[in-house]
Design a protein around this ligand. Structure first.
Ligand SMILES: *Cc1c(COP(=O)(O)O)cnc(C)c1O
Length: 395
């Protein structure tokens, strides 16, 4: 059986008529840059996120960058985030001229450990960017409390968390701003590049709106230096259609995650992802942890199962951020995650028998002789199954 990591076609085909029609409407109206289709999506996405404003921009990276710029984050400032995220979170900080400062993550949620936040704050700190990784929200209450106490802005990187929740509140609605990516592979994906900023602060919304359009609110009268980060009309139309299905898709992802968990519950070599009590986890990525990951992934790939690593190198160990001088050992939980995490196929249309196949192959792999134990000496090869299992210990 061949099981792709992601299957965008399976999502497009049942909606093709509706989406093609929406695209034709944009073509007919020649509303290519911004315009009514983008405005329509913005209105509905704001309300979906329990926010008064949504501003469509060019990408998730630009959403983060423009939100920081709108909050006057710049040269000499520090912004605190986590090292186990997509590079864009740190890039957005750097693009403002500010410096990223990392705090390690919690070993259960893989999101910012609030207990480590306060120690990372300096007189230069201006903002905190918790990342709602894999669809699970960071523990926002303590993060926001600490930020408020120190007069810091909070920007949620919700690029993997469209529709995720925290104690009844939607991702993106809790900080000063929430930033989303609509990259095709995200839970709500455009058919090209797109992103969005949501906020309940009208002044901030106006500023992001101005910045995405060359610093103008009136054509050719430029109040500040901005950029071109307007959302495409075609993307606005696609997203407007797809937003109506997001809740159902998220529910399907949750069901798929529960199936994986049920079927892999007795595989002790696998550490399953946890749902935090506070979180409505929308399973953008289903990442398990295993030792000897390379061999595991090769075995799965050989069986036609697509898997990925999110992410193999934490930001502080990337060449691009070598100048921060944070070597190996600086953020041990994030580093261990980078070594052990494997993302299994996860998308709403995944079928139960496909999940069953993945689970079966994982079990088969750990029971097969090709699975190499770390050398404990002695008669490993002939030992009964139980003693040949490798203990998975975290830290
Ligand atoms: C995808 C992603 C981004 C960047 O979004 P783009 O639309 O690709 O620019 C930022 N942060 C996180 C956590 C992401 O997953």
């Amino acid at each position: 059986m061949k099981i792709p990591f992601l299957d965008l076609k399976a999502q497009y085909l049942p909606l093709s008529e509706e989406i093609d029609d929406a695209l034709k409407q944009v073509l007919g109206a020649c509303a290519f840059s911004g315009g009514p289709f983008v405005e329509n999506f913005e209105k509905h996405f704001a309300s979906y996120c329990q926010c008064s404003h949504a501003i469509g921009v060019g990408s998730g990276t630009e959403a983060l960058w423009l939100a920081l710029l709108a909050l006057d984050v710049g040269k000499g400032d520090e912004v605190i985030t986590v090292p186990n995220t997509f590079i864009a979170t740190a890039e957005a900080i750097s693009l403002c001229g500010a410096s990223p400062v990392f705090v390690d993550v919690d070993e259960d949620s893989y999101t910012m450990d609030p207990a480590l936040l306060e120690a990372a704050i300096t007189p230069q700190t201006k903002a905190v960017i918790p990342v709602h990784l894999y669809g699970q929200m960071a523990d926002m209450d303590p993060i926001i409390n600490i930020a408020r106490k120190h007069g810091l802005y909070v920007i949620e990187d919700a690029c993997q968390a469209h529709g995720a929740g925290y104690k009844g509140k939607r991702a993106g609605s809790m900080g000063d701003a929430g930033c989303f990516s609509f990259y095709p592979g995200k839970n709500l994906g455009a058919y090209g590049e797109a992103g969005g900023v949501v906020t309940n602060n009208p002044d901030l919304a106006a500023k992001v709106k101005m910045l995405r359009d060359h610093g103008q609110s009136k054509k050719y009268f430029h109040e500040v230096v901005g950029v071109n980060s307007r959302m495409d009309g075609l993307q606005g139309a696609v997203l407007g259609v797809k937003l109506q299905y997001l809740t159902a898709w998220n529910e399907a992802r949750i069901r798929n995650a529960e199936l994986y968990k049920l079927m892999l519950a007795d595989v002790e070599e696998v550490t399953l992802p946890k749902n935090m009590d506070y979180a409505h986890h929308i399973n953008h990525v289903f990442a398990i942890r295993v030792k000897n990951r390379d061999a595991f992934m090769t075995a799965l790939t050989d069986k036609g199962i697509g898997c990925g690593i999110h992410y193999p190198v934490p930001i502080h160990l990337q060449s691009a951020y070598a100048s921060l001088g944070k070597g190996k050992g600086s953020y041990p939980v994030a580093e261990q995650c980078a070594e052990e995490l494997v993302s299994l196929p996860m998308f709403p249309e995944l079928k139960e028998e496909q999940i069953e196949y993945v689970a079966q192959e994982i079990k088969r792999y750990f029971r097969s002789s090709s699975y190499q134990l770390p050398d404990e000496g002695g008669n490993g090869g002939d030992a009964p199954l139980e003693t040949r299992r490798q203990e998975v210990v975290f830290l």
